[in-house]
Design a protein around this ligand. Structure first.
Ligand code: ADP
Length: 635
């Protein structure tokens, strides 16, 4: 049978990269391989227990699911064995030769080659099985899929040289055994004492017994080394922070400790336990809305599925954890989860838990919250639009860049903003631009800045969408500085009002001439209350779409409703004064066009005809140069 023959396969390019990187960058943290392999064994047992719900015969006579760790110091080998689900030949080739995760290739392209940085990145990727090669120069896997005959065993082997072999064998035991031939400098991992302490440190929370031979020369008896109780089923008071952190690493395939967690048991009409974690780092596929996400679902301690996404809203997709329900049926499927009332109720309970946990983190550990915000803020924000019911809980969690730079807070909360309101200030001002820097120097906020009124600076792609949904915070309305009237209210002094009236009266003629020159492109031309340094800008109506948003819609093939901006002129600006003095109608129109185009650029727009703009600008420059030359040549 061709099938039993030994075949040689090459690892997928990404796997080769991963192995190389791991061996170099995880050198100081080599012991994590044991956690990864025990974690895989535990998953394999979980999967068998789940499969056995529908097909009890799978468990056969071997129904005590366990994990065995055997070391042979003389031979320099270490074996991690489970009696779980096992793998077929095809599965062994696919699972131990490739990385199935979507976006893997992109991830590896993002690696810089800088080991320090890359070892950070690799943590968010999860190293899994391949971590065996950190300590072993040869790895042998023997496996047999649960329910398949003994002849369908598989032997997989690799010497980390870019290739692996597979052959079919006869194997009596169900499940998988991974034998590591330890490198000469990794022999410590065959020492009984060292292994026991690593298992207790890293795998205590695994819900299956991890067994080792009793100490003593020829002992054949095994004893349980870990607690072998699902961590979330233990009382909170008995669990240490280290145990919580280790459990996180197990379920999240992340080896950075989490920022926070929340462990709760709900009793009564509905019973479930949840253990939810906030990671410290965003996974590389966070912004792919279709990437795997969700919690590990258990029903009465029995593992049901990974990535159960029905228990949290999309905007909390970065949360990792476990939910263990006492009420759902064991045979629950993804489809059933989708329309289940019970699941909806748990989801709303868990959503509140997460938001409370974040509020606590923001309150008690602001520095960690900063980290959280940097990694996940852009995703959490989606909740403003997605989850109106929890908006009141979400608003205080938002953080913004701001024009207030008096102290070194990198971001400001709305509560802080409110504390710093100027007397008489009734609005929370914000401005949206392509980048925070562009927002900071936006002409729309010149006057606000000049008066020391704080402005929130926004530059995320979704900010326009989000800010369109929020109305007020603690009774203060949000105000986009690029729209309509600035609504300064009593912030505007009597002198301001007087100046504005005077400006309007004095510049009436100019405003009309500019409007006539620009025609239908602008709704109106009026003196500006916003500007101090720039000559002109375009103000949007309260509900008009920003140019950048129009572009997004256009790219998606949607038509945006037409709208016309208002052109505001800074009537005290030298260019505007010069314009006012321009008697030649043609020159006047040229300059008015130029101001309009500049204003459109500052709003984030693209010019309909950039070449024409450049020509116009050059004509003006030539004219000015001509004036200078003429001046220079007059004696
Ligand atoms: P991950 O566990 O994150 O999927 P790994 O690299 O650790 O990634 O493992 C790849 C795949 O190999 C697993 O998803 C699983 O299908 C399979 N696998 C690994 N170890 C075992 C095992 N002990 N028993 C059965 N399958 C396993």
């Amino acid at each position: 049978m061709a099938d039993t023959q030994k075949e040689t396969h090459g690892f997928q390019a990404e796997v080769r990269e991963l192995m190389k990187l791991m061996i170099h960058s995880l050198y100081s943290n080599r012991e994590i391989f044991l956690r990864e392999l025990i974690s895989n064994a535990s998953d394999a047992n979980d999967r068998l227990r789940f499969a056995a719900i529908a097909q009890p015969s799978l468990l056969d006579t071997d129904s005590e699911l366990s994990i065995w760790v055997d070391a042979d110091a003389t031979a320099g080998t270490l074996t991690i064995r489970d009696n779980g689900i096992g793998m077929t030949r095809e599965e062994a080739i696919a699972h131990l030769g490739t990385i199935a995760k979507s976006g893997t290739a992109e991830f590896f392209r993002a690696l810089s080659g800088d080991q320090q940085k890359d070892s950070q990145l690799i943590g968010q990727f999860g190293v899994g099985f391949y971590s065996a090669f950190i300590v072993a120069d040869r790895v042998e896997v023997l496996t047999r899929k649960a329910g398949s005959p003994e002849e369908s065993g598989v032997r997989w082997e690799s010497g980390a040289d870019g290739e692996f072999t597979v052959e079919s064998i006869v194997r009596a035991e169900r499940g998988t055994s991974v034998m590591l031939h330890l490198k000469s400098d990794a022999k410590e991992f065959a020492e009984d004492y060292r292994l026991r302490s690593l298992i207790r440190r890293y795998s205590d929370h695994i819900g299956f017994p991890v067994l080792m031979k009793k100490p003593g020369e020829a002992s054949l008896d095994y004893e349980v080394v870990n607690q072998a109780k699902a961590l979330w089923a233990r009382p909170r008071s008995e669990i240490t922070d280290e145990e919580y952190a280790e459990f996180y690493k197990h379920i999240a395939h992340d080896f950075t400790a989490p920022l926070a967690w929340s462990h709760n048991r709900v009793e009564g009409k509905r019973e479930y336990t949840s253990l939810l974690y906030v990671p410290a780092r965003a996974p590389f596929d966070l912004m792919q809305r279709d990437a795997a996400r969700g919690l590990k679902l258990y029903v009465r301690r029995v593992f049901i599925m990974d990535d159960a996404e029905q228990f949290l809203p999309l905007y909390l997709r970065f949360i990792k954890g476990v939910v263990d329900s006492s009420d759902l049926p064991l045979n629950v499927s993804r489809e059933l989860l989708q329309e289940d009332e019970e699941v909806e109720a748990i989801k709303s309970g868990l959503t509140k838990r997460v938001l409370d946990m974040l509020a606590r983190l923001a309150q008690d550990e602001p520095e960690k919250y900063q980290t959280f915000w940097k990694e996940f803020g852009a995703v959490l924000k989606e909740g403003i639009a997605e989850d109106p019911a929890n908006r009141e809980k979400l608003l205080p969690l938002l953080r913004f860049a701001s024009t207030n730079e008096s102290n070194n807070e990198p971001t400001v909360s709305l509560a802080r903003y409110i504390e710093r309101l100027k007397p008489g200030q009734e609005r929370i001002y914000f401005v949206i631009a392509e980048s925070i820097e562009a927002a900071r120097s936006s002409p729309y906020i010149e006057r606000l800045k000049a008066r020391g009124i704080e402005v929130l600076l926004l530059a995320d792609r979704i900010d326009e969408w989000i800010m369109g949904q929020v109305d007020a915070f603690e009774g203060k309305r949000f105000k986009d500085a690029a729209r309509g009237d600035l609504e300064l209210g009593s912030l505007a002094s009597e002198t301001d009002k007087h100046d504005a009236d005077a400006a309007l009266k004095e510049s009436k003629g100019l405003l009309k001439r500019v409007k006539d020159a620009l025609g239908e492109r602008v709704l109106e031309v009026r003196p500006s209350t916003r500007l101090t340094d720039s000559p002109a800008l375009l103000v949007l109506g309260e509900h008009d779409l920003r140019t950048t948003m129009r572009r997004v819609l256009a790219a998606a093939g949607q038509k945006a409703p037409e709208s016309k901006p208002v052109l505001e002129l800074n009537v005290t600006h030298p260019i505007v004064k010069y314009l006012d003095g321009e008697k030649d109608a043609g020159q006047f129109a040229q300059l008015a066009e130029l101001l309009y185009d500049q204003a459109a650029l500052a709003e984030g727009g693209q010019l309909a005809n950039p070449a024409e703009y450049v020509q116009r600008l050059n004509r003006l420059l030539v004219r000015l140069a001509g004036v200078h030359e003429a001046q220079a040549s007059t004696p």
